[in-house]
Design a protein around this ligand. Sequence first.
Ligand SMILES: O=c1ccn([C@@H]2O[C@H](COP(=O)(O)OP(=O)(O)O)[C@@H](O)[C@H]2O)c(=O)[nH]1
Ligand SMILES: O=C(O)[C@@H](COP(=O)(O)O)O[C@H]1O[C@H](CO)[C@@H](O)[C@H](O)[C@H]1O
Length: 300
Amino acid sequence: MPTPGEIATHRWDDWSLGDLLEAKGDHRVSLVVPARNEEGTVGEVVARTREALMETVALVDELVVIDSDSTDTTFAVATDAGAVVHRSREVRPDLGTHPGKGEAMWKSLFVTTGDLIVFMDADLLDWDTHFVPGLLGPLLTNAQTSLVKGFYERPGADGLQGGRATELVARPWLALRHPELAGLVQPLAGEWAVRRSLFESLSVPTGYAVELAALVDTALLHGVEAIAQVDLGLRSHSQQPLLDLGAMATQILAAMLAREDGVPPGVDEVALRQFRPAEGAIETVERGVPTLERPPARDA
Ligand SMILES: O=c1ccn([C@@H]2O[C@H](COP(=O)(O)OP(=O)(O)O)[C@@H](O)[C@H]2O)c(=O)[nH]1
Ligand SMILES: O=C(O)[C@@H](COP(=O)(O)O)O[C@H]1O[C@H](CO)[C@@H](O)[C@H](O)[C@H]1O
């Protein structure tokens, strides 16, 4: 057992599939994959997890892809691979629609039934199906645990280490403002699991801050004892251009500052001015970065 205040840390193979199937009991497990323009990888993520965790063994009860405003063939590819696919904008249209990963994950609460929810990114390149049972291990064996983060080695492109927003934004912020969470190896990991009763009680940033906000809010509400992390081995994914990560960083910082001030951000969008070389000069890149948060889904 970890000493009080430390993050409980496990390995994915601390539990056998048989152990987890026995521990599952009456729990229902929803695997949710938020996907925006992931036609190249979402099919394999769906097909392999479906075969291993729904057909070979019955660990996962439903596999849902939330199509997040894709303009490619993500919807058809995920459907053909065996997922139940919902367009984020078509889920609870009375609640409107916003762009973003967090929006897709918030909307997933209205079209899933599991009391345990596992989230996986759709852009995975090096990964394996053991990610899911690994993430479920702490939830199925410890009633005190409500949120489980995956962590892994993150080989990036050209030998670089992945996790740029993690190392340059999230980890420094946790060091400064939430040292009780400094033991989390991959605080932004898109592979994580959560009890529905917790996630539906949280305010959810509609963009990329969804993961860090869930961690900070869970620690505030329930203490770090409610959080665990699992070593999943190795994971690589398709990496965004640097300026796009600037928008991600802006969303993460906006959500963190909102939690500092105790109120959601006063604006729902931040003007971000960036610069890039263009034909021997420097051109300005202006973008509006959404910082909207959704209220707890249980109240929607
Ligand atoms: O508006 C968005 C942006 C991203 N995503 C999904 O969220 C996951 C992580 O996003 P991304 O790959 O852009 O982030 P990165 O992994 O590069 O940090 C992927 O499955 C995306 O398809 C989404 O559903 N809606
Ligand atoms: O860890 C990070 O810095 C970012 C970007 O990773 P890379 O620098 O592109 O490997 O990726 C994470 O953060 C996103 C925002 O929370 C999540 O959506 C991704 O799943 C996670 O990989």
